[in-house]
Design a protein around this ligand. Sequence first.
Ligand code: HEC
Length: 180
Amino acid sequence: MTANGKGMIIGAAAMLLLLALFALIVILTGAYNVAATDRHNPIVAWAFDTTYHNSVQGRADDLESPQFTSGMIEAGAGEYKAMCAHCHGGVGVSPAGWAEVMQPHPPALARAAEKWTDEEVFWLVKHGVKMSGMPAFGPTHDDDTIWNIAAFVKEMPQLSAEEYAAIGSGGHGGEGGHSH
Ligand code: HEC
């Protein structure tokens, strides 16, 4: 190896060591502000967001969504209104005030659902999202229930406020025993 090549390797190693040291100092001193009222630094926001999307995409790849039926959408609507709407809102329905100030902010699924596939919505609901406040419903709900919820979430962007208000109110409301 040339002297130049060796120099580059030593330089790169020193750089990595410095970066690790910097990260450790930030972690140990609490320099990074975790307040929900403080916006993320753009680099941290990019790192979280990219990790989040790629992680969900990769893991949902193995799933195969069933064909959604109107019965599934109807059943999912009741679950959604009981367990999700206070954080994510509905069509023409705002989330609870406390959810509006969460960081990350629970996206309005009436719009955001379009950018996720059926399988990704299922995966997100089943497993939740670490360090974000998005709960995992898998431990307490079976896959059929979660596919119903996914069916409704994917339907929501097409609904008017009137349709949203009317759907799922036919006595499906949640699993019983949910007191949100
Ligand atoms: C306590 C509040 C809370 C509840 C309850 C909740 N979520 Fe979430 N959800 C979040 C937050 C916060 C995020 C954003 C995660 C992130 O950006 O890292 C999220 C993200 C999502 C996403 C991905 C959206 C996107 O574009 O990032 C989907 C889909 C989702 N939730 C569906 C649901 C469904 C369906 C339910 C009900 C079964 C539900 N959530 C219940 C807080 C909640």
